[in-house]
Design a protein around this ligand. Sequence first.
Ligand SMILES: [Zn+2]
Ligand SMILES: [Zn+2]
Length: 312
Amino acid sequence: MAVVKAGGAAAALSSPIEQTIDLLGDRLTVAILREAFVDHVRKFSRWIDRTGAPPAVLTTRLNALVEAGLMVREPPSAGREHHEYLLTDLGLAIWEFLVSVWWWQREWSPAGALQPELVHLDCGHRGPPELMCRHCNRTVKARDVEVELDSSSLVFAGHSGRRRSTRTNPEPRRADLQFTEVMEAIGDRWSALVTGLALSGVSRFREFQSILKISPTTLSERLMRLTDAEMLTRGDDERQYALTPRGRALFPIFAFLLAWSQRAHPDTATPGLGLRHRRCAATSLVPALRCRGCDLTMTRTSVRFEGHPLSR
Ligand SMILES: [Zn+2]
Ligand SMILES: [Zn+2]
C-alpha cells in the first residue's frame, strides 16, 4: 500500500525524485551513461558514433549531466575540438540503475537476447542478479516494500520545471533504441509516478487521481500508454489496473532510481517518494544487487558486461 503524507509546505522546486526522473528518464542520457560506464567512452565523437545523436542534442545532454554532477568536463587536449567528459563518483554510482535497466531489457524486451552478458568477476557467474536489502540482506520484491509518497511536494512541483519535450529527442538509433520500452514507464514523471504507485499496490483510477492530483485526461492518457506498453492491464472493472509481470519487473529500476536520487540530494527533507522494507527495521530501503552464483553483494568493480554488441 502507498502511504501518503499530507501537509507540508509547497516545494518551490521539483522534488529530488522528479529531478531524477527528468534527468534519467531520457533514452539518450541513459545511452550516454551506459557507453561511459561499459566502454569508458569519454570523447564527444565516440558518443556521436555510438548513439547517432546530432551534436547539438548530445551537447545539451552532456551539459545536463555536468550540471547534475554526474560528469566533469575536461578541457580539450591539443588538436581536439571538443571537451572530454568523465564520470564523477556520483555518475559512477548510477551503475546499479544501469544494470537494472539492462536486466529488464534482457528479460522482457523482444531484443533481449542481443543484450551483452553481465559477468560477476568474483565467481564467473553470468546473468541477471537478485535485488536485496542492504540492511537485512533479504531478497526484496515489490510486494515487500511500502511506498511513501509526499504528495504535497510532488503535486506542487508538477506545475514547475516541465521536462523537455520529447520532440527534442533525436530519432532513436542503435544504442538508445533498446531503451524505448523501459522509457515508456520511466521516461516522464507522470508515467513514472503512476508506475511507482502501481508497484505499491494502487489499482483504482480514483486512487491514482486522488494521490497524484492530476487531471483525469492526463491520468487516462498515461494509463493507456502503460497499458499499450503491456506494463499494466485492465481489470474486469474498467477503472481498475494491475501490473503485468513485465510491469512488476520494473521494480529494481525504481528502487535504484530512488536510492540514487537520495544520494544525489542528501540534504533534502522531503524526498517526495520513498521505499520502506517491511521485513526489517530500516526506514528506507537501500537496495543492492546480489550474485545468483555466489550470493555475494555485487560491487561496481566486480561486474563487467561481456559481448557488448556495440563494441564490435
Ligand atoms: Zn531489509
Ligand atoms: Zn558471483
